[in-house]
Design a protein around this ligand. Sequence first.
Ligand SMILES: Cc1cc2nc3c(=O)[nH]c(=O)nc-3n(C[C@H](O)[C@H](O)[C@H](O)COP(=O)(O)OP(=O)(O)OC[C@H]3O[C@@H](n4cnc5c(N)ncnc54)[C@H](O)[C@@H]3O)c2cc1C
Length: 381
Amino acid sequence: MSDVEREREGWRKKATEVARGVVAPRAAQIDATGEFAWDIVDVFAQHGFLSLIIPKEYGGMDGDITSFCMVAEEMAIYCASSSLLVIVQAVGTMPLVLGGTEELKKRYLPKLAKEKGLICFCITEPDAGSDAASIRTKALLKDDHYLLNGRKCFITNGGVSDLYTVFAFTHAEKKMEGISGFVIEKGTLGLSVGKTEEKMGIRGSNTTEVILEDVKVPISNRIGEEGVGWWLMMRTLNRSRPAIGAQAVGLAQGALNYLIQHGQEKGWFKRNGGTLGVESTLADMAVEIEAARALVYKAARMMDEKVKGTPVQMFSAMSKFFASDIAMKVTTDAVQILQWEGLTRSHPLERMMRDAKVIQIFEGTNQIQRMVVAHTLLKAK
Ligand SMILES: Cc1cc2nc3c(=O)[nH]c(=O)nc-3n(C[C@H](O)[C@H](O)[C@H](O)COP(=O)(O)OP(=O)(O)OC[C@H]3O[C@@H](n4cnc5c(N)ncnc54)[C@H](O)[C@@H]3O)c2cc1C
């Protein structure tokens, strides 16, 4: 095993221990109450899961995308909301790591790494979801600062973050090339949190509106040059979609593990005087999960190895939609196998099924991921 592989396995091992010891006992309660689990935030911060992709020189863990996926997968075996905590922190941080000036990185990355701060990622607006280029939020340059106005919605951790990575038009007439990214501190005048969404799944994740009314942001808080916002967004999403895929793989694996372990203990597979005929379904589930896992780690490896000319955005999109479709199928089949028992909160399977639905929608819907794949295929011809 190489040093890099040893390091990755170290992250997986650490994540497995925390997932089993700390996350698993809290998962059902987090879902039932819809609470934001600050206790889990503390434990994740202590273990470096919330500073995983921050480079060492800024106090972070210097983990690669494969390690990021491993941690997301292990957490999701027990709790998709806790897995999303790790993912969103990396998504909010990524634009800063990829495109921030040295001064901006030194100002904010150590704060996230050492002071356990949370950060969110704000693109979506009421009239701009899949088509992110139609955002309406504007950043108007005035002397030494910008004035930001707009309304973001469905922002994960919008109500609990210390920092906000916000995308806005600095030059709307330039379309995609007119978008810029900004880091905004919680408490900045004019930045407020609107409605909190009551979701069917991933209920422990905080999802809110973020409202910007004449928010004064210093020029030095712009991430990179004016107009590189689209590039930052896409590069960030290319890196995070495999982690969303890994979250889906973990969720599906968790459902299968539960089904097998508890099914065998309680004789679920031998009801009504015979087997329920579920063996082939169990085999299908196992194969589908392994196939999704292979695709997720292939996409992650492509990111880490940075081989020029590889269609990383296509593999990233494939891993997200394939793994989350598999998670939806596996969790639905698992509920079906348990029949009425599967519908009750006595078992985690109905929660897992609700969580899988959300993964098919966020971070770019699965329809949009299919479009990314098709466009890449057609462009290559
Ligand atoms: C739980 C949750 C957390 C989220 N967290 C964040 C976050 O932290 N930050 C953030 O910025 N956003 C976040 N989002 C927003 C999320 O990324 C968007 O919901 C998603 O991109 C889809 O946008 P929309 O909901 O506006 O749907 P729309 O774009 O309005 O799409 C509606 C439907 O039409 C389909 N569709 C749209 N365009 C096409 C097309 N051209 N071809 C075929 N089908 C199409 C879509 O697939 C979808 O089924 C979150 C969403 C959820 C549900």
